[in-house]
Design a protein around this ligand. Structure first.
Ligand code: DGT
Ligand code: CA
Ligand code: CA
Ligand code: ZN
Length: 574
């Protein structure tokens, strides 16, 4: 068991004891937890050597519990406390501003034993009669419950990334930092994240910690220690900071990037090789000699592995692939030369074509596709064939201004109607540079019908890309029912690309589907589905998704030069 895990158990005991209204004991457990957490010696090793009794704040009773925990991984005392405490009370502790003492008081005086009961009591103004409670307290508690409810869901990667980057930027501006990185699920690029993790390598942890808690967006400091701090920022998002010595930076980066499942495998591989892998480094078990730890590459190398990109660290075969040199060379931002799905103010976008193309040129794209909606999507001001004709002329004029600098592809996101036919005549479609076909209506069809609808569109020979193939919206709308294997087979047969829609709440295809589609021989097109110039940056979310799907650049249309791309698209026209 790790120090942090042991500490967590004691913090929990402290909270539970406090909920029972016991004096002094909770503080004793908290002191011990904090001491164990801050120590840079393994608690397991200390127990082996009998030194855990010397830890400040650890008396006979706590020492016994440490032994039991480390030896068995469990603690009877904790189990007993958990049984004795109503679970609703424990849940109340996660409301900002409600600590064990308040929870206990509410329970004793008003019989409140859950977040729901507390909410109802506050709404009915039953709290203000209590000693020390007023209108203000009621409001604060209701606000806290609101925060709790809103963050029940995880945050989108696309929302969290800029927040994390601004935080890192703040730390850089305040300190001369040699090594800093986000880690955790954010670095792995998961589509949603639970919290933001930041790692700093520095010998001066005090300075780092004070710069960390002294950030304007911080609303609550949850924990502020010398190596580990936690804050809550506006919107209720938690940010964790770890500070380690530079010599451990690589090992800590590896450890705190996770995933937990990946790390378990890494440690197990270490054990097989006689190595101990932890957040401080890689050590020979026999001699305790340190063999790696300052760089993350070094950690993997010491285990006989090639570097495993963070996006692949989900325990889904990456370690075996790394060992046998079979990891793909993943597509990366420098390979991607343009965006293949953008809406302008001709349909439901907010910016004119000229502005979009100018922005894309500033981003040094080689190409950008303007793909507005078609007529049947009336709420999106979809284009009739006549208006589309005019738009193509407008696009050609913008192209003239930009010369060879950037290729502007005149396209459409044509609606795939219920029967699988397309919302534009083939005479119009075949003259466009690029055609995305998307389903936007009757999303609840059964799998057979929906699969036929989409394969019909692919087999028309008029569609280059299927847009947001599963239609899911993260946290809001389930994917449509599809025989996804059949879709990928037909995609390969018809040479139609699958979109990786990079809009933050879509990420569709999702990573596991990308990997599956790749095995079926499918090609991919990354598109931001931008409805404003501000959305063009989402392209990187599509790249991250492609990487998480094990894709290399030869599978991604966006990695082609604009000439290659145009040749390929034109070659598909009837
Ligand atoms: P999240 O925040 O829920 O989106 O997911 P993560 O992966 O960022 O998880 P988090 O923030 O709890 O921890 C960050 C990383 O630290 C995690 O990916 C692996 C490492 N880690 C944390 N706790 C443990 C643990 O108890 N055991 C192991 N092996 N690794 C851990
Ligand atoms: Ca995290
Ligand atoms: Ca965390
Ligand atoms: Zn669409």
């Amino acid at each position: 068991m790790r120090n942090s895990e042991v500490a967590l158990v004691f913090y929990e005991i402290a909270d539970l004891l406090e909920l029972q209204g016991l004096p002094f004991k909770p503080q004793a457990y908290r002191r011990a937890a904090s001491a164990i957490e801050q120590m840079d010696v393994d608690i397991e090793q200390m127990v082996d050597e009998g030194r855990h009794r010397d830890i400040p704040g650890v008396g006979v009773a706590i020492a016994k519990k440490i032994e039991e925990l480390v030896r068995t991984g469990e603690l009877d005392y904790l189990k007993k406390l958990r049984v004795e405490t109503p679970p609703g009370l424990v849940e109340m502790l996660s409301i900002p501003d409600v600590g064990p003492r308040t929870a206990m008081l509410l329970h004793r005086e008003l019989g409140i034993a859950s977040v729901d009961e507390l909410k109802e009591a506050a709404l009915n103004h039953r709290l203000r009669g209590l000693r020390g409670f007023g209108e203000k307290t009621e409001e604060r508690i209701l606000q806290g419950i609101g925060v709790l409810e809103s963050r029940g869901g995880r945050m989108l990667l696309g929302e969290a990334l800029p927040i994390a980057e601004a935080y890192v930027e703040h730390l850089r501006s305040r300190l001369s930092i040699e090594a800093i990185s986000v880690c955790g699920s954010l670095r792995r690029g998961r589509e949603t994240i639970g919290d933001i993790d930041i790692l700093v390598g520095s010998g001066d942890s005090e300075d780092v910690t004070s710069a960390f808690v002294d950030y304007p967006a911080v609303e609550n400091v949850l924990l502020s220690g010398s190596t580990k701090s936690s804050v809550e920022i506006q919107g209720g998002l938690q940010v964790d900071l770890r500070v380690v010595e530079l010599e451990s930076y690589g090992a800590a980066l590896q450890y705190f990037t996770g995933s937990k499942e990946h790390n378990v495998r890494v440690r197990r591989l270490g054990v097989e090789m006689g190595l101990k892998v932890n957040e401080y480094g890689v050590f020979e078990r026999s001699s305790n000699r340190r063999v790696a730890g300052d760089s993350e590459h070094g950690v993997y190398e010491s285990l006989g592995l090639t570097f495993i990109p963070p996006e692949l660290r989900e325990d889904s075969g990456e370690i075996d692939a790394s060992r046998s040199l079979e990891l793909p060379e993943l597509v990366d931002a420098s390979d991607v030369r343009g965006d293949l799905h953008v809406h302008s103010d001709w349909s439901d976008g907010s910016d004119p074509i000229e502005a979009i193309v100018a922005a894309a040129a500033r981003l040094q794209y080689s190409f950008i596709a303007i793909t507005d909606h078609t007529e049947s999507l009336t709420i999106a001001n979809g284009l009739t064939p006549e208006r589309l004709g005019k738009q193509v002329d407008a696009i050609r004029r913008v192209q003239e201004i930009h010369g060879d600098g950037i290729q502007v592809l005149a396209g459409t996101e044509v609606d795939i109607k219920v029967d699988g036919s397309l919302d534009l005549p083939s005479s119009v479609l075949k003259d466009l540079d690029i055609v995305i076909g998307s389903v936007h209506s009757r999303m609840k069809m059964d799998s057979k019908e929906m699969t036929e609808r989409v394969t019909n569109a692919m087999e028309s020979g008029l569609v280059d890309i299927i847009g947001h193939p599963t239609g899911r919206i993260i946290g809001r709308r389930d994917p449509v029912k599809l025989d996804i294997q059949r879709i990928f087979d037909v995609a390969r047969e018809t040479d139609v690309a699958m979109e990786i829609n990079a809009f933050p709440d879509r990420l569709d295809l999702r990573a596991v589907h990308c990997r599956l589609a790749k095995e079926h021989g499918v090609t991919f097109a990354i598109g931001t589905d931008s409805h404003s110039i501000r959305h063009l940056d989402y392209l990187r979310l599509g790249i991250i998704t492609a990487r998480r799907g094990w894709l290399s650049k030869d599978r991604v249309l966006n990695a082609m030069s604009s000439d290659e791309l145009k040749r390929r698209l034109r070659g598909r026209r009837p």
